[in-house]
Ligand binder design. Structure first.
Ligand code: PMP
Length: 419
């Protein structure tokens, strides 16, 4: 009868054939339906577009050049001649893979130098690099906490943080975005119930374009005896006078954060992740962290690119200033045009939150037709009803480009307004 649970035998019969092929998963059919819905209104499919060459202020798609606000090449370092040259030399000398875990035969001087340079850049005792930023969060959180522990993370935490929590087996509670009162409440009611409490925040939030209130979080971490991890994927190289992240921006004591995490894929023009902190902790991680010990070392090309980028950011701090100026100009013009930029401030990320997915897609499509690339972001990357266009500024944008982009954006947002 309808609604009646299937008998054990019937269920067993169903299960024995249900998952025989991944192609036949109901999730696959659901995904296909959603995919079709994205372009049902006639918009050009906005994902997986093939770009030619390096993306700096502009990008080429097909045979047309576009103003780009879609790449993390915040400081224009990917494609820089000095970085390319360093990569060529590294490949000539070391080939294209280190072909082993670092602990075994994979150690190279280049990676050792990179980790020293990153540690000096961050102002910490030591630093460790891994082949992926996402994997860095997963393995670090999975390693530091476990059953009987608690992770408190910002509600806007990146997927890699959530995956790390799931792997760890620790309990997890989100606190309202950047809400110190909610974080304190969760610490107050939970601290004594768990062995270790790990607070995980991001330096700059990639969907809202705002900064963590680091001094407040450090204050709470100390008051409640919690551990603190800061993911600087989007704040390292972009925030602070010399691009040294939220630690520099807020003048924090580096040792007040237990684990500084970041990626090499954005300002550092490479690929990979890093973990920085006390030399003692990093030595322990170097010998025990699963995603490090059981994975290959960075490729020589990636290590060389990140090292050259670190040197370039240090030698040319004006890149960070130009980035900040461009981001401030974009945000100021957007706000003056009445565009809904939410809580964006002090970062190179400016969202324009339109809410409705169909409208967001339509504006993205119209911008694209007018030569401007900005990615539309929908659920599940953001909450339902908070769809947005996201603009990444770079140091390479020219003032004219920024003014033109905001003008075109304001026109298209007005043209699609729901009346
Ligand atoms: N953390 C945050 C906050 C991120 O935004 C990202 C990716 N954008 C990652 C980690 C993962 O980094 P990667 O893309 O370098 O793997």
């Amino acid at each position: 009868a309808p609604g009646r649970p299937a008998s054990r035998a019937a269920r067993a019969a169903e299960w024995s054939t249900a998952a025989a092929s991944i192609d036949d998963f109901p999730e696959v059919a659901l995904f296909e339906e959603r995919l079709a819905a994205v372009t049902a209104g006639g918009a050009d499919f906005p994902y997986f577009r093939v770009h030619e060459g390096t993306i700096r202020d502009t990008t080429v798609i097909g045979d047309r050049s576009y103003l780009s606000f879609g790449s993390y090449n915040y400081l224009g370092i990917s494609g820089h001649p000095a970085v390319n040259e360093a990569v060529h030399r590294a490949v000539e000398r070391y080939g294209t893979s280190v072909s082993a875990s670092r602990a075994l035969s994979g150690e190279r001087e280049l990676t050792v130098r990179l980790e020293r340079a990153l540690a000096d850049f961050l102002g910490v005792g030591d630093c460790l690099t891994l082949v992926s930023g996402h994997a860095t969060n997963v393995t670090a959180i999975g390693h530091l906490v476990g059953a009987g522990d608690l992770v408190l993370h910002d509600a806007l935490a990146h997927d890699s943080i959530l995956q790390g929590c799931a792997l760890s087996g620790a309990a997890r509670r989100p606190f309202a975005h950047n809400d110190r009162a909610d974080l304190e409440h969760l610490l107050r009611i939970n601290r004594s119930r768990f062995r270790r409490v790990l607070i995980v925040v991001e330096g700059a939030y990639s969907m809202d374009g705002d900064l963590v209130d680091l001094p407040a979080v450090i204050g709470l971490k100390k008051r409640y005896g919690a551990l603190l991890m800061v993911d600087e994927a989007h704040s390292i190289g972009t925030v602070g006078e010399h691009g040294r992240g939220v630690g520099e921006f807020f003048g924090a004591d580096r040792t007040d954060v237990d684990l500084w995490m970041g990626t090499l894929s954005k300002s550092f023009a490479s690929c990979g992740g890093y973990l920085g902190g006390s030399a003692r902790m990093v030595r322990w991680l170097r010998h025990t962290l699963p995603g490090f010990v059981y994975s290959v070392g960075l490729t020589p090309a990636n290590a060389a690119a990140a090292l050259a980028a670190t040197e370039l950011i240090t030698a040319e701090p004006q890149r960070v200033r130009t980035l900040r100026r461009n981001a401030g100009l974009f945000l100021g013009l957007a706000a003056a045009a009445g565009l809904p930029t939410g809580s964006s401030a002090d970062t190179p990320i400016v969202p324009v939150v339109l809410g409705d997915s169909a409208r967001t897609l339509r504006v993205a499509d119209r911008l694209f037709a007018r030569g401007v690339v900005a990615d539309p972001i929908f659920h599940p990357a953001v909450d339902e009803g908070l769809s947005r266009l996201r603009f990444f500024l770079t140091s390479e944008h020219r003032e004219d480009d920024v003014r033109r982009a905001v003008a075109v954006l304001a026109e298209e947002v007005a043209a699609t307004a729901v009346t």
